[in-house]
Design a protein around this ligand. Sequence first.
Ligand code: NAD
Ligand code: ZN
Length: 347
Amino acid sequence: MKALTFRGIKTIAYETVSDPRIKNPGDVIVKVEQTAICGSDLHVYHGRESGLDEGTVMGHEFTGEIVDVGKAVKNLSKGDQVVSPFSTNCGQCYFCDIGLTARCTNGQLFGWVEGGMGLHGAQAELVRVPYADSTMVQIPEGIDSKHALLAGDTLSTGYFCAENAEIRPGGLYVVIGCGPVGLLTIMAAFEQGAQHIVAIDNVYDRLEMANQLGAVAWHLNENPILYILEKTHGIGAEAVMEAVGSPGAQDLAIKLVRPGGIISTVGVHTSHDFSFSPSDAYNLNLTFKIGRCPARYYMDILMPKLMDWRWDLDKIFSHELSLKEGPRAYEIFDRKEDSALKILLKP
Ligand code: NAD
Ligand code: ZN
């Protein structure tokens, strides 16, 4: 089959690799119908995450049709239209039981093979899905498969980010980063009752989209700290939702949050140090929440909500290209050329 593979820093290849086959009885094989590039793929692309084997098939956002089913699979059949979260989960361990599916003891991230171990990704014609019964979700009738794809990663992550911010009506909330995750965090925060959101980024098109969602868009270079302090009479934001994953964004978050407030971080951080010190955190009575979204858990909450979602999710998709154009798509996405926001690839 054809696939997009990691071949080194800023090098993605479109090449022929061997077809995945059923390996364990709980596996299914999915014929990928659409797959998207995520901000998390950029961490790999830039080599900020070390260890990925050359030749690893990239990607973890996808929908498709089941074309082969392992002997132990009970709930899925050939022909089912499905969407996956970005990692697999067994549905039986302690962490699956408490809803922290992203930390399943037996879970694997799609597109992550290290030292020959791991799971290939979905930017390909076919993908193998272990623990399919507990991992895959059938796309309900009436839900656009593109919207379902968002529920498998970025929308779940935005919802999780907003939930961790413990939103209450009235206060001022900040979202740092207006990529797909940040924009979906804004939608989720409004959905969860936020009334005033300031969204910060340095890309004008993205700020414009945040503005259209009802947030006050503020450019990173226009002193957001002064603006938030003025708006809150010197107190600071109730909570800051960070959807970037850089030391600079973390540093900004701590300067914007009020004493006793919350920083909710979903940006993937690869640094070994915090941008703030334990004493900064102590002096602010800070609550800091960070981590990988348990997307499978949130998919059950979000699928019914997608039936009448208030905001236009189609706007999140800026480009639709063929899988073959994948290497170029990564360049466009990385450079945010041509207002790239989320690129859908069709095998
Ligand atoms: P993206 O790269 O498209 O968006 C990031 C945005 O942040 C960009 O618009 C960029 O201009 C902006 N930005 C960069 N530095 C900034 C700064 N200092 N202040 C304000 N804005 C800044 O990525 P995305 O797809 O929206 O994903 C966002 C982050 O969420 C990534 O780190 C991604 O890996 C992570 N993520 C985490 C999870 C999870 O489970 N926690 C899931 C999906 C994505
Ligand atoms: Zn992702």
